[in-house]
Write a protein that binds this ligand. Structure first.
Ligand code: E4P
Length: 249
């Protein structure tokens, strides 16, 4: 399963690229509004950081406007994917982009049927929004599950990109549902790394290491100074520490 970052923030994208887990990026007008500047410059910069797909969203409501915006995005870099909202106009634009060899990500999908239509029109990526469905007290992950099944049963070429993910559990469930891609806010990716027992374990190992090094240095110093009793005490301290650090001690 590929992991995309759902952001237009260059620093976040650089950080995740350094972690070695970045497969692509999705942006949208709201994410762009958070950082401001030139959308085109931001897209170019993102495409310089990742060679994976980078979604750039059209805002025009009519087909010709969508095509104009999408073609301009596609010229910015070879890994641009044009993000088109689900609608009658959106489907037509997706189909025209497919004829021109421009890849698309159909966004704002809230039902498996919408996803099926987007796949038929030729979208490379189908983006069901999970969190926004959860927000209205329904089960957003159901759409991901159904769409993955439909894509597999009918051998469709599109990939299901689970979007609007709000917490780490959404990621696990998307992976178990067979989503081909997830797109995540930086915060959720950070939450995936963390576990309180990992933090506790790292601290214990560091403390034990420091204690053992100190005891070994004390023993060495005592032996050098010819103080037999101190050397014996230090040796004893090392043994006691070793027993204390054994799991279950
Ligand atoms: C991704 O392509 C979507 O634009 C994004 O995941 C939407 O997330 P939100 O519902 O948290 O705004």
């Amino acid at each position: 399963m590929k992991i995309f970052l759902d952001t237009a923030d260059i620093n976040e994208i650089r950080t995740v690229a350094r972690w070695g887990v970045l497969d692509g990026v999705t942006t949208n007008p709201s994410l762009y509004a958070k950082v401001g500047g030139s959308y085109e410059d931001i897209l170019r910069e993102i495409c310089g950081i990742t060679s994976g797909p980078v979604s750039a969203e059209v805002v025009a409501a009519d087909v010709e406007g969508m095509l104009r915006e999408g073609r301009a995005f596609a010229k910015l870099a070879p890994n641009i994917v044009v993000k088109v909202p689900m609608s009658e106009e959106g489907l037509e634009a997706i189909s025209r982009f497919a004829e021109e060899g421009i890849k698309t990500n159909c966004t704002l999908i809230f039902s498996a049927n919408q996803g099926l239509l987007a796949a038929k029109a030729g979208a490379s990526l189908l983006s069901p929004f999970v969190g926004r469905v959860d927000d209205i007290n329904m089960e957003g992950m159901d759409v991901v599950r159904e769409l993955v099944q439909i894509v597999e049963i009918h051998g469709l070429e599109s990939e299901v990109l689970a979007a609007s993910l709000r917490h780490p559990r959404h990621v696990t469930e998307s992976a178990l549902a067979g989503a081909h891609v997830v797109t995540l806010p930086f915060k959720v990716l950070g939450q995936m790394i963390k576990h309180p027992l990992t933090d506790k374990g790292i601290k214990t190992f560091r403390d034990d290491w420091d204690k053992a090094r100190k005891a070994a240095a004390d023993k060495n110093a005592a032996e050098q100074s010819g103080d037999g009793q101190r050397a014996d005490d230090a040796r004893e301290a090392i043994k006691t520490d070793a027993v204390a650090t054994k799991p279950g001690a």
